[in-house]
Design a protein around this ligand. Structure first.
Ligand code: FAD
Length: 391
């Protein structure tokens, strides 16, 4: 069976970046197709893809496109950030009320957040091809053609622009001959969810321990998601611990500021690497999200950076009478985003070293950057001033 479709923009990948991007482009008036190899309504296990701290700017962008209200039902506001160092007295405390904002950011479950975003694709005018895998992409002077498979059906999608948001192992990136480079930070992150005996009161905690930093982010129902960075050779030791051994270890590292840790609901290990594409565009193709750059997840910057790319792209494509895949326009777009990308990569690298005691950083800067909240505008001036006071 053959199917053909012609659209302005074909988005490949309906993940946390692709799904909102497709909806936002459609709301500007573009004819958009989204190709996703999984089922759009697939119910993932909560926590199976980790947790993300969304910055205020990301939430505002989602709200402006009517995508926040439903996602907010599962989101947990960060109202305060508390930073401490194991073995040292004193701590740093940031409170949203001091900065006249409702929250410093919001923590979402990536699986639930993704499901909410994907479920709105069709009702928001996106032509959805789910359970559909892109097999081949051909790029021409004035259009591109995606050859896709859904079971026995071959689907051909012609567009002016292909946006590859197909994740860190992007087949579209390699298919277009764009190389990627991996930087290994020689660290692993142990991530999971812990049930607390007492309420977290919307405080996010950052604790620097001799073995690495430990972050606890508030989640609904007296839970906290944790990110614990350690050297790779501790993987076996930490993962072979029973839940009760692991919880005692975590409690010992963190202390009792959040009361007693009751039990662990999940525990996974991720390698801490950075994967970067050598360029963001080629003929009729644009890379966004993890296909362009996967950052050290602990710095929690990746998603917020990708959503700033989305926001700039929307500004670039406000006028629907232009050619959305024009090579010069795409190059200008990539150029305009370079500074922000360099800044975040620099900060992430710096943090990755700081985590391992190879650099020192003022506590405020560390706290906010680690949670991916460094771009919160009302905070920025004050936070910079405070940080400087520490230097
Ligand atoms: C553990 C962890 C914690 C994180 N925490 C934070 C945080 O606190 N703050 C922050 O800002 N960022 C965080 N990030 C980064 C954030 O999660 C990513 O930026 C985000 O997931 C990137 O989304 P994406 O849409 O680019 O890719 P993905 O979410 O990976 O989506 C790619 C999609 O493409 C589909 N696909 C792939 N190949 C094809 C194909 N050939 N055809 C069709 N479909 C295809 C896949 O099925 C998938 O749905 C974290 C990341 C990790 C791993």
């Amino acid at each position: 069976v053959n199917e053909n479709s012609a659209v302005d923009i074909a988005v490949v990948g309906g993940g946390l970046v692709g799904a909102p991007l497709a909806i936002m482009l459609a709301s500007l008036g573009w004819k958009v197709a989204l190709v996703e190899k999984a089922a759009s309504t697939e119910q993932l296990t909560p926590g199976s893809r980790g947790y993300t701290a969304l910055s205020d700017a990301t939430v505002q962008l989602l709200s402006a496109h009517g995508l926040w209200a439903r996602a907010a039902e599962d989101a947990c506001a960060i109202e305060q950030v508390h930073v401490s160092h194991k073995g040292y007295f004193g701590s740093t405390h940031i409170d949203c009320r001091d900065h006249r904002v409702d929250a410093l950011g919001y923590v979402v479950d990536n699986s639930l957040f993704g499901t909410v975003l994907r479920s709105q694709l069709e009702s928001r005018g996106v032509q959805l091809f789910e359970l559909t895998h892109v097999q081949q992409a051909d790029y021409h002077q004035d259009h591109a053609v995606l050859q896709c498979h859904r079971g026995d059906t071959v689907i051909s999608i012609e567009s002016k622009l292909v946006v590859a948001v197909d994740g860190v192992d992007s087949e579209l990136r390699s298919g277009a001959g764009i190389e990627s480079h991996t930087t290994d930070y020689d660290q692993i992150g142990v991530l999971g969810l812990v049930q607390l005996a007492q309420d977290h009161e919307h405080v996010a905690y950052e604790r620097f321990t001799p073995s690495g930093p430990l972050a606890l982010l508030p989640r609904p129902d007296k839970r906290a998601s944790f990110v614990y960075c350690v050297e790779p050779d501790r993987r076996h030791e930490l993962m072979s611990m029973s839940d009760s051994e692991f919880i005692s270890h975590l409690q010992n590292e963190f202390g009792f500021r959040l009361g007693r840790f009751k039990h662990i609901e999940s525990r996974v290990v991720v390698p801490l690497v950075r994967v970067e594409a050598e360029k963001q565009t080629s003929q009729r193709l644009l890379l966004l999200g993890n296909s362009l750059r996967l950052l050290h997840p602990v710095a929690g910057q990746g998603y917020n950076l990708a959503m700033r790319d989305v926001q700039s792209l929307l500004r670039q494509l406000e006028d629907t009478s232009i050619d959305p895949g024009d090579g010069e326009m795409l190059k200008q777009f990539a150029l305009s985003r370079e500074d922000d990308h360099k800044r975040v990569v620099g900060l992430t690298d710096f943090l990755a070293r700081a985590f391992r005691g190879k650099a020192s950083l003022p506590a405020h800067a560390r706290a906010l950057a680690l949670l991916g909240l460094d771009r919160l505008p009302p905070l920025k001036k004050r936070f910079t001033e405070q940080s400087m006071g520490y230097v």
